[in-house]
Design a protein around this ligand. Structure first.
Ligand code: NAD
Length: 322
């Protein structure tokens, strides 16, 4: 095989595995040891393949590159890649749907249970040995609650599956899935988002970021939700109006929220949400399991090598024009 070059745009956990696999196939690899908000232009001009997680792919070099054949997303959401432009330039854009669905779903279940059972507060109390404070920190059962799932794709369905043993009522909103899928999962479908928001004790988001879903949950929607409801966002930060959510949790309109994904990433230290004790937070890590990184590394390398061999890679987000 000709000497191909692959650029890994950021220090993705366990990237060493990808480097090893690519080098063993005689591919030259460079890894950025720092996170750039935008991938440096020259890298998109000088490499045949790019593996990207959260850095953004700028438009100008994509218009100019003669060398780049494939942008392999190390994840699912391709909102950081100009997909239409890549399509017009016949550069494959591929993602890895499915590999991390279970990780995000388990994480969602974990954060629901952690909020309801007040794990963080109990841990803090225990470290101070505040035995007499115990009556202040009571938990709530998950069993019997109404869970609203927005977006009933791979992750949404896994969440429903994991919730089943808890004997909860599951309501889903997703205008694009068939009735068969909903029926097979044994959940209730609603035709309007507002119906789900009004009915649910816990709302969890599993939609992609699109023109339609940007700020889908704003001040109006947060105020339709039940008093004391919980919102969980592991999808994309901009799906929720973060300022409105800040107001809703700060004022106690919502009981709590878990925010994994942010309107601006990396999240700046000045983001006021970081200081709200009522919310539980993580830094876009819902899918970050050892299992995921091992499987995804193998998939990404195999897909890139396939492209270099002149074959069509898997999970093309679009179909090439030539
Ligand atoms: P998927 O494509 O399998 O499912 C998305 C579902 O959303 C689809 O069923 C689609 O019909 C539905 N949808 C689209 N627009 C909608 C709308 N306007 N209203 C209601 N439903 C709508 O994707 P997935 O694998 O389930 O992943 C979902 C999202 O989760 C990804 O796009 C990504 O942004 C996010 N994600 C986050 C992490 C993380 O670490 N936090 C990891 C993986 C994925």
């Amino acid at each position: 095989m000709k000497q191909f070059r692959v650029y890994i745009t950021e220090p993705i956990p366990m990237y060493e595995k990808m480097v090893k696999l690519l080098r063993s196939s005689n591919v030259e690899v460079e890894v950025s040891k720092v996170f750039h908000e935008y991938v440096p232009e020259d890298k998109l001009l000088e490499f045949d393949g790019v593996i990207v997680a959260d850095s953004k792919i700028p438009i100008e070099p994509i218009k100019k590159t003669e060398r780049l054949k494939i942008i392999q997303k190390f994840g699912v959401g391709v909102d950081n890649i100009p997909v239409e432009l890549c399509k017009s330039r016949s550069i494959y854009v591929c993602n890895i749907p499915g590999i991390n669905s279970l990780d995000v779903a388990e994480f969602t279940l974990a954060v629901i249970l952690s909020i309801l059972h007040r794990i963080r507060e109990r841990d803090r109390m225990a470290r101070k040995a505040k035995w007499s404070d115990r009556p202040r920190v009571l938990s709530e059962r998950l069993t019997g609650k109404v869970i609203g799932i927005i977006g009933f794709g791979r992750i949404g369905r896994q969440v429903a599956m994991l919730l089943k043993p808890f004997r909860v009522r599951i309501v889903v909103y997703d205008p694009y899935v068939s009735d068969e899928v909903v029926k097979e999962a044994g959940v209730e479908r609603v035709g309007e988002l507002d119906q789900l928001l009004k009915a649910s004790d816990i709302v969890t988001l599993h939609i992609p970021l699109t023109g339609e879903t940007r700020h889908m949950i704003g001040w109006r929607e947060l105020n339709i939700m039940k008093r004391n409801a919980i919102l969980i966002n592991t999808s994309r930060g901009a799906v929720v109006d973060e300022e409105a959510l800040y107001k809703a949790v700060k004022s106690g309109r919502l009981k709590s929220a878990h925010i994994d994904v942010w309107s601006v990433e990396p999240v700046p230290k000045s983001n006021p949400m970081l200081k709200v004790g009522r919310v539980q937070l993580s830094l876009h890590q819902a899918s970050w399991s050892v299992n995921f990184f091992m499987e995804a590394a193998e998939f990404c390398v195999e897909n890139i090598l396939k492209t270099f061999r002149g074959l069509k890679p898997l999970n093309v987000v679009w179909e090439p024009m030539r």
